[in-house]
Write a protein that binds this ligand. Structure first.
Ligand SMILES: Cc1cc2nc3c(=O)[nH]c(=O)nc-3n(C[C@H](O)[C@H](O)[C@H](O)COP(=O)(O)OP(=O)(O)OC[C@H]3O[C@@H](n4cnc5c(N)ncnc54)[C@H](O)[C@@H]3O)c2cc1C
Length: 288
């Protein structure tokens, strides 16, 4: 492990002052990504700042403007949160898939988001719920739509001195539901070969799709929205045929690579299958 300074601030102001310092300053929540990256030289740091002790980054609260999840809040807490389990079920699906119980106890939502892996399992669910990122630096705060947060594999749009404070998910409309599924070749502890999150809002009187969101993991340089599939759904009456049309359209938003986990062709097929299945789960969840 290379040498670096280490700090554990207990307030956001104290943390932001540390992040404003010269050199490479990196946040640590659970350390399940960053520790290995520092050890293997894939990332470097002059200072590592453990942000878990900052109360604002531990927030997990339903407010008038939606669900606020602090960047350091553990995935276990998120997966067990009653509001997440009732209203943001795709996020509950994702949180309990990451690694193992030990990883979920340790890792924070902000770590999964800021690591910016194309395979980050919570990210498609956050995208389908139109989440936004609240980031802060000594210069102030700004809000970034999560769909604009990722700049490439392992890259975000965060500027020097900025950290993620929280993620906010707007309140869900009536008659809506979300779901997330991924494919891995074994039961757990693997990175998604492909993952799909879906969200549907239906008009209860005629089953027309009022709002659709589909987001894909592990099939592009960043997690991506499948906008053509969303457009294929919105305004039309939900049926098996429409779901199939959307599943085929979702494939067009995937630009996968072939690697040890699967070929590009296999990943495209997975996008179709997982889109079909997650839309079906959303339909079932809406109908109760
Ligand atoms: C055995 C194992 C299995 C895993 N399985 C999965 C899996 O199934 N699915 C999956 O998606 N991932 C998986 N991972 C990867 C990892 O566990 C997750 O990405 C996890 O959510 C990272 O969270 P963390 O809190 O540990 O992040 P950390 O390692 O603490 O941080 C990750 C990155 O985010 C940055 N960061 C953290 N917080 C902030 C902040 N507030 N502001 C700015 N930057 C910040 C850090 O500087 C670092 O670059 C696995 C890892 C291991 C070791």
């Amino acid at each position: 492990m290379p040498d670096f300074d280490f700090a554990q601030p207990t307030s956001l102001d104290e943390a932001l002052a540390l992040f404003a310092a010269e050199g490479e300053v990196r946040a640590l929540v659970g350390g399940t990504d960053i520790v290995d990256q520092l050890k293997t030289g894939r990332r470097n740091a002059d200072m590592v700042v453990d942000v878990k002790r900052i109360p604002e980054l531990q927030r997990l609260e339903m407010a008038d403007d939606g669900l606020h999840i602090g960047a350091a809040r553990a995935l276990t807490d998120i997966g067990e949160c009653p509001a997440v389990r009732s209203d943001y079920r795709g996020l509950a699906d994702s949180s309990v898939l990451v690694g193992s119980w030990q990883i979920q106890n340790r890792a924070g939502l902000g770590g999964n988001v800021c690591n910016a892996a194309p395979s980050g399992d919570t990210i498609p669910s956050l995208l389908t719920h139109d989440a936004s990122a609240i980031v802060a630096s000594t210069s102030g705060r700004r809000e970034i739509a999560l769909s604009d947060f990722f700049a490439g594999p392992g890259q975000t749009v965060l500027q020097k001195g900025e950290i993620l404070v929280e993620v906010v998910l707007p309140p869900i409309p009536d008659n809506s539901a979300s779901a997330y599924l991924r494919f891995i070749p074994r039961n757990e502890m693997d990175i998604a070969v492909a993952g799909v999150g879906s969200f549907l809002q239906l008009n209860p009187s005629d089953n027309t799709v009022q709002k659709a969101r589909i987001a894909l993991a592990s099939v592009a340089p960043t997690p991506v929205r499948a906008r053509a599939a969303e457009e294929a759904l919105e305004g039309n009456v939900l049926s098996d045929e429409l779901i199939e049309t959307a599943a085929v359209a979702a494939v067009g938003s995937a630009t996968p690579i072939s690697d040890v986990r699967g070929s590009a062709e296999y990943r495209r097929e997975l996008v179709k299958v997982l889109t079909r299945r997650t839309l079906g789960i959303c339909r079932d969840r809406i109908s109760g």
